[in-house]
Design a protein around this ligand. Sequence first.
Ligand SMILES: *Cc1c(COP(=O)(O)O)cnc(C)c1O
Length: 402
Amino acid sequence: MSEHLSNEQLIQAAHQFGTPLYLYHAEKISEQYNKLTTAFNKSNVVFFYACKALTNINILKHIKNIGCNIDCSSINEAKLALHAGFTPERVLYTSNGIAFEEIEEAKNLGIHINIDSISNLEKFGKKFGHSYPVGIRLRPNIMAGGNLKISTGHDKSKFGIPVDQIDEVLNLIDKYNLHIKDLHIHTGSEIKDVEVFVKGIEVLFEIMPKFNELEFIDLGGGFKVPYKDGDAETDINLLAEKVKEAFDNHPYHKPLQVWFEPGKFMVSECGYFITEVNVLKQTKTTDFIGVNSGFNHLIRPMFYDAYHKIKNISNPDGEVKHYAVTGNICETDTFAWDRKLNEVREGDLLVFYNAGAYGFEMSSNFNSRYKPAEVLFINNEFHLIRKRDSFEDLLKNQVEIL
Ligand SMILES: *Cc1c(COP(=O)(O)O)cnc(C)c1O
């Protein structure tokens, strides 16, 4: 088990590259992947990193180098994956609500495709018939995940073809002689309860016999990671046991491989977001900290109430006090409403943990501020892997007509 990067290492990175800064620890990603492959070593399981969590090209290359495959949510992610050196058979495209042209493009790239609407399935059948095997993304009508905003498999979700419309799917398969090689479900993010996956498997087992040419079952991602000390993560070993148990007795006429698409599990904990304290503001009710960032850089707390552990690494032995940790943009951008931190002074460095997944990736230039730099700690060295924006970047795509 690799330790977190030390306070000294984080401070060194902040001094070397400036703040705000996203810093990733490559070894932690390898460790997470090893946890998965070790737990599932008795089953025929393959992992596809859901790269929308973090797509820096060096992260993708590292993931490729450690042997993990990749799952994409857009055609551009698929192209990045190929650019990173993944061969097409290691790339999966699980689309949602996309134009048919993108599916055609994915087919031309030779990658795996999960289709998630009746409409696109019909277009695909009309055009390609049996010639190109595809998967179907189903909506299992299961409520699961950290909260409604990050749940995707329930009966009001836009994702996937509802299992109750399976007869329409079968009609299309008949009509166009579609070659369906997998069934896919992804019920949401931060699923702690292993039973949710078991329920998903049961739903799939029920309809599986209606398909003749399945090769694998894709159970999506959504493994939970710990955010606070003492927090539970998805029990990967128990999940592996349950999956083995189920698939040792599956009702299909031939062996099936199982696929998973972990995003957050792979990269959440490898990431540190380092900020610097601009101002302190004491009011009657609250001690505010204003750091040199905001939801333009880390939107998760404001967007879906995500919790990020925060530490004052400049004053680790200071007296513990309560603070509201906020940013510097003109919109409420509270990272934490009432948080215990070692006494904070202007100029101190505050680190946000679990910043690898959906951190930089969801950042923007709101308030015309620069996106942060990204740094990778690999083989005991810090490497800049994305430059901080500059003023030219703000104007780069604008067309000045006046
Ligand atoms: C986002 C996504 C994932 C990854 O979810 P995590 O919670 O990050 O593990 C997996 N599969 C699909 C189809 C997704 O859209």
